[in-house]
Ligand binder design. Sequence first.
Ligand SMILES: [Zn+2]
Ligand SMILES: [Zn+2]
Length: 156
Amino acid sequence: MYESSVRVRKYEPMWPSDTRDYELAIVQRKFEAARRTGGFDALANGEELLHSASMLTLHPNCEICDADLPPETDQARICTYECTYCASCAEAVLKGVCPNCGGNIVPRPIRPKGAWRSGTGLDNHPASTTRRHNKYSVEDRKALSDKLKDTPAQDR
Ligand SMILES: [Zn+2]
Ligand SMILES: [Zn+2]
């Protein structure tokens, strides 16, 4: 976890004074959102903070079976909240229904290893190392899945 006030204060000189307060407010808001969702791990400067606040968090494991899901795998699945599952759990256990939000679950994009554009890629934005585990019981998850699995995601 980060102390946002400390980090944000450090970036102040980056912005011209007339826009600084506005920019800071945006950064602060994005930071708080990222912090709440267990967001980014490595931040080096203000520009990176802006990037980080809007990028996908690559969680390291399936929150159902705890299988490793490194950033390069094609087996990771996510919902819009970045709740992360392996392909097997997403299909066989969850029936495509995220047990945390009821949304659909899709393949997670693979972040490039290379920094093909300045400040991008895994070296600049590494995967999270914080393992997460689903907080709902098997029965609870099944109940939500049974309720929603036959309803198209756009109608839930
Ligand atoms: Zn799994
Ligand atoms: Zn979800």
